[in-house]
Structure formats: C-alpha cells, structure tokens
Design a protein around this ligand. Structure first.
Ligand code: C2E
Ligand code: MG
Ligand code: MG
Length: 419
C-alpha cells in the first residue's frame, strides 16, 4: 500500500493531479468478535473488503492494514468532492445487512480522508492524517466521513489524553450519577427516573457523557464503567427505599459492547440480588443500533433479560435503523422517541407528522411511549393531544443529584422544579 501511494504521488506530482487516501474503520467491530467469535468476525471482514473494493475503480487500491482498519487509495481525483462521493458510497454499501452463518449482522464504518497535495506529500503523512480525520468521524457519532483539517490534530491528542485519564477514572471514583424524572403527561406525576453518567475530571471538572462515552466505547472501557453505573443506580434505588421513599423505576443506559459482553446477564442479576431491588423496577435503555447490530442474538438476550423480570426500553427511537419485523419480535416494554422529533414540531410540520406516527407505532406495539427532550408547554400539549403517555425533559426537570431527586419523590415535583 505504501508503495502504491508513493507511486501515485509521483504520478500526481508529474501531471499536477490530486489523490485521496481514506482511512476506513469499522464501528464497534469488537462487539462482533467478542459476541460471535473470531471466525464470524473474519467472515464479516471478508465481506466488508469485497464491498469496499466494489465501490472504487480498478485503478484504486484497497488495503487492510489492521484488525478492522482499511486504507483506500483513490489514485486520481479531480476534486475533493469525488472522494466525498466515494466515501458516501462506501458508507451506504457497508451499512446494508450481512448474511453470515445464517445470521443477519449489521455494521457501520467511520471514514477519514486526506488529500494530496493539500494534506501531505508522502504516504506516511497522508495515511496518518486520514487516520486523524477518522477519529473525528468517530467522535461525531460514527457512521460518517470527515476530511482532515489541521485543528483535528489537537483534538486527537485530546481524545488520547481523555482516554488515558478515563482508564483510571473508575478506581479514582471520579464518576457520579444524576437523575432525571420521567413524567406522566396527564397527571405530571413521576413515573420513573433515568440515571445519567457524569465524569468529574480532576483538572477539567465536569465532563458530559457525549464527550467521553464514545471514547469509553471505542476503548472497551465502557464495559466496566457500565457495570459500575448499573450497580450504582441499583444501590441508589435501594437507598431511596431504605429512606422510606416510594419505590421508583430506575432506568440505566446500556451500550453495545456491554450488551454483547458474555457476563452481561449475570451482572444484571448480581446488581439486583446484591441490592435487593425488585427486577421490574429496573429498566434497561438500549438504542436501536445496539438492538439491531445482531438482531437474532438480541432476541435471545432480551428474552433472558425478560425472564429475570427487568423492563426494556428502546432509546433514541426513530434515528437509527430499526427493522419493524424485529421491533415486534423483541420483548420490549417502552419506546423512547428521540428528542430530535420533539425539538421543532412547531416550525416543522413534517416532524410533527413523524412524531405522531412514531407515537402510534409505540402504541400499536402496546409499549409505553416516552417523549424525550420536552422543553416547552407547546410541545407538552402536542404530545398530550397525540396520546403520548409519558415525557422527560427540561420543561419538567433537568437531571439532578440523588438528594434532590429524593425530595421530588417525597414531595412531588415542586413548582420550583417544574417549568
Ligand atoms: P439519552 O440516554 O438519550 O439521555 C437523554 C439525554 O438528553 C441526557 O443527556 C439528558 O440530560 C438530555 N435531556 C433530557 N431532557 C432534555 C431536554 O429537554 N432538552 C435537551 N436538549 N436535552 C435533554 P446526557 O446526560 O448528556 O446524556 C447523553 C447521552 O449519553 C445519553 O442519551 C446516553 O446515550 C449517554 N449516556 C448517559 N449516561 C450513560 C451511561 O451510564 N451509560 C451509557 N452507555 N451511556 C450513557
Ligand atoms: Mg437513555
Ligand atoms: Mg435518548
């Protein structure tokens, strides 16, 4: 690959042309390897390779340079936009389901792109910069493509430094949970609470999950961190009960790697047993991506979780890629409609229409429907009109510390907290 890039550079230099190097990294590939074994992982990589090759010209080069990392050399591009086009084509092609050993699997990729001569004049620099841009794509939520920009270098360093401190954050006790109530939209009573993770970094102070959860996921650290969250949430629920407060259903977010880990079921059981929490008072929130990555195995895991008695919710519903066939097959209890649909219902009639359709899907599947991100009275009225039963959002209450939430449990959401 290095040789091809070097050759392509000489050619481009001679004829004053451009070329592009793409760094393609599969998203959360570790999950497939860990849950289905390396043989399945290998077959998936082979199919991925075939699909990437099919997206480029014969004169281009596709190389696999590490576990789930591919480098694509587009040896002649007229403009940077050509590379965007190819990158999109690759993302779309890779996103379609794979049939491997009778199982339907899904995987996405993150792509970084660098171009000659703008971003570098030798193979090593171009690959390195494409890799840097790929990091940025991961950071922006994966399944997208980014072009190298010089300021990204600082951000990669930041990512790596955060990853470093994340490694010791658990033992240093730097995590904490905050709690956001879910509200019955008709009575404004508390129906449950979601535990949300916060990281108090010794130097930087409070860091939000959107900033560090992707790093924790990419590095695998999310598994022990997630276990801590599960146990801590159950412990807190126990403490509220012990303080004489009415038992409340507590929800915990579960990420893909955690869900696929072999000991996930036993860690859920252990958390429930050690704290004596009634299983039906624990809800696990899983995003569509988590559920659909390997839908057949998901059905099995969800059934086992249901057998324990815990509640199951789809989080951020509507923004992922759900197969409705599976959505019906999964033993789910709750559907949480993503907040992007609630956001701008007043200015965007299409979103209002989608929102009401999503609510109806939930209702027809006989799930509890929770609207995320309710911020205004207008949104609340719309949701009430559409028959959405529950909501969560700043309009009712921001995430608060445990003591404050205990207050709400005891006295209800006081006027000061509401709106
Ligand atoms: P999520 O599970 O969808 O959680 C809801 C997010 O929306 C929370 O952000 C919450 O503070 C925010 N939110 C609630 N109401 C409103 C509103 O009215 N307006 C706006 N703009 N935002 C609202 P947060 O706490 O920053 O968490 C972000 C995401 O990080 C979560 O999204 C979840 O995906 C992830 N996350 C949080 N805690 C954990 C955890 O313990 N484990 C894992 N794996 N992921 C977590
Ligand atoms: Mg959630
Ligand atoms: Mg959500």
């Amino acid at each position: 690959m290095n040789d091809r890039i070097t050759q392509a550079i000489s050619f481009a230099a001679r004829y004053t042309k451009q070329l592009a190097v793409m760094f393609v990294d599969l998203d959360l590939f570790k999950r497939i390897n860990d849950s289905l074994g390396h043989a399945t992982g290998d077959k998936l990589l082979q199919q991925v390779a075939i699909r990437i090759v099919a997206c480029v010209r014969r004169s281009d080069t596709v190389a696999r340079i590490g576990g789930d990392e591919f480098v694509v050399l587009l040896s002649q591009v007229g403009h940077a936009e050509d590379a965007v086009f190819i990158a999109r084509k690759i993302l779309t092609s890779l996103a379609a389901p794979y049939l491997i050993d009778q199982k339907l699997l899904q995987i996405n990729a993150s792509i970084g792109v660098s171009t000659y001569p703008g971003d570098g004049t030798d193979a090593e620099t171009l690959v390195h910069r494409a890799d840097t841009a790929m990091y940025e794509a991961k950071k922006l939520g994966r399944n997208n493509c980014q072009f190298f920009r010089p300021e990204m270098q600082a951000r990669v360093l930041e990512w790596q430094s955060l990853e470093g401190s994340l490694r010791c954050a658990l033992e240093r006790n730097e995590f904490t949970l905050v709690y956001q109530p879910k509200i019955d939209l008709a009575t404004e009573e508390i129906t449950g609470v979601e535990a949300l993770l916060r990281w108090i970094h010794p130097e930087r102070g409070l860091i939000q999950p959107l900033k560090f959860v992707p790093i924790a996921e990419e590095s695998g650290l999310i598994v022990p961190i997630g276990q801590w969250v599960l146990l801590e949430a159950c412990r807190q629920a126990r403490a509220w009960i012990d303080a004489g407060l009415p038992p409340v259903r507590i929800a915990v977010n579960v990420s893909a790697l955690q869900f696929a880990a072999k000991d996930f079921l036993s860690s859920v059981r252990a958390a429930l047993i050690s704290t004596g929490i009634d299983p039906c008072k624990l809800e696990l929130e899983l995003t569509e991506t988590v559920l659909m990555q390997d839908a057949e195995s998901t059905v099995q895991i969800l059934r086992s979780l249901k057998a324990i008695g815990v509640q199951l919710a789809v989080d951020d519903f509507g923004v992922g890629y759900s197969s409705f066939r599976y959505l019906r097959k999964f033993p789910l209890d709750t559907l949480k409609v993503d907040r992007s649909f609630i956001n701008d219902i007043s200015s965007n009639p299409d979103n209002a229409m989608i929102l009401s359709a999503l609510i109806n899907i939930g209702k027809s599947l006989k799930h509890r429907v929770v609207a995320e991100g309710v911020e205004t009275e207008e949104q609340l009225h719309f949701l009430q009109q559409e028959g959405c039963s529950e909501g969560q959002g700043f309009f009712f209450c921001r995430p608060v510390i445990a003591e404050k939430f205990a207050d709400f449990l005891q006295h209800g959401l006081t006027q000061s907290a509401v709106h």
